[in-house]
Design a protein around this ligand. Structure first.
Ligand SMILES: [Mg+2]
Length: 431
């Protein structure tokens, strides 16, 4: 992993340098280590994207101004930053978009999408994995390290008798025009990247696979003895705001359907091998790794000990930041007492030991909530009020309304960065 991230150099073709040499570009990381800079930050900043840096595809002016605060006089990044979004694009595209908005160099590995932490789930990378989502789903999975993937269309083709919710397929089958593929390899894991289209077909076939340990050519002998396939789900957002007057179904809505059907049919809860994306802790752990990588690339030698998360959604960004802060406190309590760190996270939210990640150095995470997105400060009725009345979070994340409280509310991201610099006494910015 470290190699993978480091393969993307921070040095740009247009002469931007990662080092602090006086222009010859020869200063090495070791030189930095010998002469630590006292003005180096020991913190990093994570940004949510939509509602913090932009609305849709339009950058917010506060974000454009905020970006200047992050650069030194040569235009180089002076504070390690990364971007964490629950969207599901290819990182190259999003990195270019953010770079164009903010006029600062953003490499693809600085952008963490909902599925990105699946890079850490290496034990599944070589298994035969069914990838669910929409456009680019196979490419996204391959970018993450999955090398043996298939789609629902492949499963449909291999088992043409399964999809009887599709009446067109029923007609085809009635004419006898179909052929099973007995050699189609067993599905060994399911990667749910995002909501698909044709939910009924997906729900039917996913349940078939879950009931047959990935080989739906024969019925299960006993539902109680079936070993459930590993299921990895990215992004649990139940709904999202778009241009309609009301929120739209998100991936979390699809998961609710799948979980409900599985439970109705088997009497058991569907288990997740991993839930990834905000607000789950694994995403913030991966973001910590990325911040450490960016810090190394821009020549920071101090340990990164604090992370700040700037987001616009209390139920996702802020809950996640508070959950990660809680996780960090638990882990460090064990470490500080000389014990092996043990976390009490449920299995679906556990963080795999990942030796390729940078060592965990962050001890706390603070959250800043901005008012430029879904959260409206001091208004009578907001989307978040509704969410407090009815819990929209995922089944495996307990409803704890107090976790939606940020460390601080700031009107916009620029004021957020100014606040962080002030708290950290770091290059205080004149107003
Ligand atoms: Mg947002």
């Amino acid at each position: 992993m470290r190699d993978l991230l480091q393969a993307t150099t921070y040095r740009s073709d247009d002469g931007h340098s990662t080092d602090t040499s006086d222009g010859n570009g020869d200063i090495s990381m070791r030189d930095h280590e010998q002469t630590p800079q006292s003005d180096e930050p020991d913190f990093g900043i994570l940004f949510d994207v939509d509602g913090v840096l932009a609305r849709g595809s339009t950058p917010l002016s506060a974000a454009v101004q905020a970006a200047r605060l992050l650069l030194d006089s040569q235009g180089n990044l002076k504070v390690p930053v990364a971007f964490v979004t629950n969207a599901c694009n290819r990182s190259h595209d999003k990195a270019k978009q953010i770079q164009d908005w903010l006029k600062l160099e953003v490499t693809p590995d600085m952008v963490i999408h909902a599925p990105t932490p699946a890079r850490m789930l290496k034990e599944y990378h070589h298994k035969h994995v069914l990838v669910i989502g929409q456009e680019h789903r196979k490419e996204i999975a391959e970018d993450l390290g999955f090398v043996n993937t298939c789609t629902i269309e492949d499963v449909q083709e291999a088992y043409p008798l399964l999809d009887m919710v599709d009446h067109e397929n029923r007609n085809v089958v009635a004419k006898g025009i179909f052929q099973d593929d007995p050699n189609f390899p067993r599905i060994e894991a399911i990667l749910l990247i995002g909501e698909p289209i044709l939910w009924e077909t997906h729900l039917q076939l996913l349940i078939d696979l879950l009931l047959t340990e990935g080989k739906p050519s024969n019925p299960p002998e006993s539902l109680s003895k079936v070993k459930q396939l590993p299921v990895i789900a990215c992004n649990m957002d139940l709904v999202f705001m778009h241009q309609a007057c009301m929120p739209r179904f998100g991936h979390g809505a699809f998961l609710v359907c799948l979980e409900a059907l599985y439970k109705k049919i088997t009497g058991k809860e569907m288990e997740y091998t991993a839930l990834i994306g905000k607000p789950c802790e694994i995403t913030y752990r991966y973001a910590e790794h990325v911040i450490n990588d960016v810090a190394k690339r821009i020549g920071i030698t101090r340990k990164i000990q604090k992370l700040y998360f700037i987001g616009d959604n209390p139920n996702v960004d802020i809950v996640g930041a508070n959950l990660y802060d809680r996780y960090l406190k638990e882990i460090w309590q064990h470490r500080d007492n000389g014990n092996t760190p043990v976390s009490s996270l449920p299995l679906s939210r556990s963080i795999p030991d990942e030796s390729d990640l940078y060592e965990q150095t962050v001890r706390s995470m603070k959250s800043l909530l901005v008012g430029t997105g879904v959260y409206k400060h001091d208004t009578e009725k907001t989307a978040t009020d509704d969410d407090r009345d009815v819990y929209h979070g995922h089944r495996d994340i307990a409803n704890e309304p107090e976790l939606t409280t940020p460390s601080k509310f700031v009107p916009d991201v620029q004021l957020g960065i100014r606040h962080i610099f002030e708290v950290e006494n770091y290059c205080p910015v004149s107003t």
